[in-house]
Ligand binder design. Structure first.
Ligand SMILES: NC(=O)c1ccc[n+]([C@@H]2O[C@H](COP(=O)([O-])OP(=O)(O)OC[C@H]3O[C@@H](n4cnc5c(N)ncnc54)[C@H](OP(=O)(O)O)[C@@H]3O)[C@@H](O)[C@H]2O)c1
Length: 335
């Protein structure tokens, strides 16, 4: 087995605003030893998610914060090197919250490993068949309840969650899909390769007018990933009894003060707004993975990712989510 050290990033302090490398401590530790019921895994891909910014804050949430001095938490795809855990053998590919490090001990609790079915492309369990794909699936279908012909607006449309929401809405349900994303190239990609009916670049000065022109019959479902000014503008275009799936508010994750939101519009338009955390759907993950996998095989969905090389880039990679430098799922390829 490799004698190389375990390179890792630990949280050094609570960041203020965008993260910087000095919020983390880079360490080289000896390879961990495993006990009964545990396995040693080597990370191959590390997932980058906006939620990580929230996990660094010391506040009550759906999952405990990452402690100062702990390895930064992240979903990963890894390969088993050594195992004393039932059902896991060297060579198996697994996924779990193994963190920003090269090697990890998989065991019960937060670091549990789930086997990846043979033949699955290794980036899919962190993207279209992972948390972001599941979020798209349940958020759109269970809460948005889309019907063919309805207009679905997706903010953060070129990202991991948004791009899957839009593909399901368009190609599986038959909705009219309008996306909001940052940059002309991203928008051209959304309408060209992903088949959106329209895409609006929120960095254009006249993006609000573009939005109104792109949704002449109003908006039936807002799949909201961004919040703030974008959400306010979208809400004004909602149709009566529209559904707002409040998935995320990325525009506010680095802000010290959060805005209150467009509650007046929700009231006047009798909108249904459903906040959700994907972990609530854990008992139905298998159902969703089977269905998403089938849509992939039928060519209805495409897995899209942006892959950065090397664990050294972890702190910078996290900021790429907030600068919009990713298309689809952002991953680090460790080795
Ligand atoms: N509720 C849940 O259980 C759940 C689960 C997973 C994800 N989420 C939420 O879903 C959203 C998307 O997450 P993801 O993992 O799929 O990330 P992602 O969309 O792949 O990446 C984030 C994207 O957000 C856009 N963005 C960043 N800052 C922005 C700003 N200030 N204004 C407008 N757009 C901005 C950027 O694209 P542009 O170039 O377009 O700016 C960036 O590429 C997040 O809000 C996340 O918290 C929620």
């Amino acid at each position: 087995m490799s004698q190389s050290p375990n390179r890792q990033w630990r949280l050094a302090r609570r960041p203020v605003g965008m993260v910087s490398e000095t919020d983390f401590e880079y360490r080289e530790e000896p390879l961990p030893q495993i006990g009964d019921g545990q396995a040693l895994v080597r990370n191959l891909y590390v997932s980058f998610d906006p939620a990580m910014r929230g996990w660094m804050e010391d506040r009550k949430s759906y999952i405990p914060p990452v402690g100062i001095g702990e390895v930064m938490r992240a979903g990963c795809v890894a390969q088993v090197l050594e195992s004393k855990a039932p059902g896991l053998a060297p060579g198996d590919f697994v996924q779990g919250l193994f963190g920003w490090q090269e090697y990890a001990v998989a065991g019960p609790g937060l670091g549990a490993a789930t086997k990846i079915p043979p033949g699955t492309p290794l980036t899919w369990p962190l993207g279209v068949l992972g948390i972001t794909g599941l979020t798209a699936y349940f958020g759109l279908l269970d809460l948005g309840k889309p019907k063919p012909g309805e207009t679905v607006l997706v903010s953060g449309a070129a990202g991991a969650t948004g791009s899957v929401v839009a593909q399901i809405a368009k190609r599986v349900i038959g909705c009219r899909v309008v996306g909001i994303a940052g940059g002309r190239e991203k928008c051209a990609w959304l309408t060209g390769e992903l088949g959106f009916d329209a895409a609006i670049n929120y960095k254009d000065a006249d993006w609000r007018d573009q939005l109104r022109r792109a949704c002449p019959g109003g908006i039936d479902i807002d799949f909201e990933n961004v919040g703030g000014e974008i959400m306010n503008t979208v809400m004004a275009e909602m149709n009566l009894h529209g559904r707002v799936v409040l998935c995320g508010l990325i525009s506010e994750y680095n802000a010290s003060k959060r805005m209150l939101g467009p509650y007046d519009t929700i009231l006047m338009k009798r909108l249904t707004v459903s906040g959700f955390i994907i972990l609530d759907y854990a008992p139905r993950f298998t159902e969703a993975v089977m269905q998403l996998g089938q849509w992939m095989m039928q060519g209805k969905l495409r897995h899209v990712d942006t892959i950065v090389e090397g664990l050294d880039a972890a702190p910078e990679a996290l900021n790429m989510l907030f600068d919009g430098e990713n298309r689809g799922k952002l991953l680090i390829k460790v080795s």
